[in-house]
Design a protein around this ligand. Structure first.
Ligand SMILES: [Zn+2]
Length: 455
């Protein structure tokens, strides 16, 4: 799962034995689950950093497994891998001027790519509902209830291109949290962004410089960013189980390959749960479903690259699907099923945004042990690859075990801290519900207001 830019939090999911088990002869074996994890979360793969060679090796592994299970290449593809180019940027310098005069001491929390200029509007209040519209917003962001990122998000939603705040404890703490390095855009080389989308730049000025600027509202402020760009390749692994009825549409089962790679201090972030566990689930569902009777609907199995840096693999897939996107009747993303959420009934996974569509109820009706997301304030629906597909109209949700597991995005997210028995039961419990959905004529639908709007 991705971290919301400014929302610390976790994401996870889990599953268990299903009442429909009896009618299903396939048994997922814990040693298969452990074997995938032993490779994907190994020291050798160095945490599968987004768009790295380690991620490419993980993709090659998944592709080889798909092939060994008898999956075909997806329609129109000649192999099991779908690469995409990602552009990462870093900030080399910033220039800030007011009516043409340079302002010193500027630090950058969130940088941009394009030069920005406009008349400054000054906001002295604390009620974000009263935030004035303008290209450049100046605000102290230190009043009661006036949080830095609340302001940032509200200004972005208002169409601001640049937000300038007065240096305070929160700005210092944030820059420290960022490791002293400003957040800079990363994007697919076709210009389409990932989950973060467009956002304003966020600059910090020392108190005296800020106060001088705020004393002349209406000044023309201009910011220019000196940016270095680096490209790299991310890789999706795609396997295809053809259906008997080409008119019945397709199911899409997904997870993400990548994790956080090597930390700056050299510590490996293994990501055994996030999301080697989901990748393992996709692999074992592929093995199980490919071994049974042919189904009506075709199933695409995909392990995406570069989820952690903004959902780029899934965004690319959503823009370049091997089958027409409107023929994908549902997407189930599996994220972090390595631990059971103590808040949920034993064996249950949570489904993000479950109330938004009929998919959760349909899976439940066929025995899946899924429950609604108990953490709606964490916005998990928007924080995994399902969202890239939901934005292009596919009924798409994420299943997770313990979304706020203590090992989330920590070096302790290792094989040793996985609950392999829970994972195995979780994967097992999905086989029958997915099979019945693949044999059904039912199309899961968004409920009124459930489909993400504005994309
Ligand atoms: Zn993550």
């Amino acid at each position: 799962m991705t971290k919301h830019l400014f929302l610390a939090g976790a994401m996870a999911f889990g599953l268990m034995a299903s009442p429909a088990l009896a009618q299903d002869q396939w048994t997922v074996r814990p040693e298969w689950v452990r074997a995938h994890e032993s490779f994907l979360a190994s020291d050798a793969l160095q945490g599968r950093g987004s768009a790295t060679r380690d991620e490419a090796i993980a993709a090659a592994y998944v592709a080889a497994q798909f092939e060994s299970f008898g999956l075909k290449t997806a329609p129109g593809m000649t192999g099991y891998l779908q690469p995409a180019t990602i552009v990462r940027t870093s900030l080399k310098g910033v220039t800030l001027t007011a009516d043409g005069a340079a302002i010193g001491g500027t630090s950058v929390l969130v940088g941009g790519l394009q030069p920005v200029s406009g008349k400054a509007v000054v906001f002295a209040g604390t009620d974000l509902a009263k935030l004035p519209k303008g290209d450049v917003v100046l605000a102290r962001a230190d009043g009661p209830g006036m949080q830095l990122f609340g302001l940032f998000r509200a200004a972005g939603a208002n169409g601001a291109k640049l937000v300038i705040v007065r240096e305070n404890a929160a700005t210092k703490e944030t820059l420290e949290k960022f490791g002293g390095t400003p957040r800079m855009p990363t994007y697919l080389d076709d210009g389409q962004s990932g989950m973060d989308g467009d956002r304003p730049a966020l600059l910090v000025l020392p108190a005296a410089a800020f106060d001088a600027l705020a004393a002349k509202p209406g000044a023309t402020i201009a910011a220019t960013f000196e940016v270095e760009k680096k490209t790299s390749t991310t890789t999706n692994a795609i396997g295809y189980l053809p259906g008997a009825d080409p008119a019945a549409g397709y199911l899409l089962l997904t997870a993400h390959l990548d994790h956080l790679g090597l930390r700056a201090d050299g510590v490996i972030m293994h990501g055994a749960n996030d999301d080697a566990s989901g990748t393992t689930a996709v692999l074992e569902l592929a093995r199980a479903l490919a071994s049974g009777k042919p189904m009506k609907r075709g199933i695409l199995f995909v392990a995406y690259g570069s989820e952690e840096i903004g959902g780029f693999g899934s965004t690319w897939f959503g823009k370049h699907p091997p089958v027409p996107i409107d023929q994908i009747v549902a997407n189930i993303e599996i994220e972090m099923i390595g631990a059971q959420d103590p808040k949920l009934p034993a064996g249950h996974m949570m489904m993000t945004g479950m109330e938004r569509s009929t998919l959760g109820d349909t899976l439940k009706a066929h025995g899946a042990l899924v429950a609604a997301d108990p953490y709606p304030d964490q916005h998990f629906f928007e924080r995994s690859d399902n969202y890239s597909l939901a934005k292009v109209g596919v009924v798409a949700h994420t299943l997770s075990g313990w979304a706020v597991v203590p090992t989330y995005h920590s070096p302790e997210d290792t094989l040793a801290n996985l609950d392999i028995a829970f994972m195995t039961r979780a994967i097992q419990s999905l086989i029958a519900p997915v099979r019945s959905l693949a044999n059904s004529a039912d199309k899961p639908q968004w409920k009124p207001g459930g489909k993400p709007e504005g994309h």
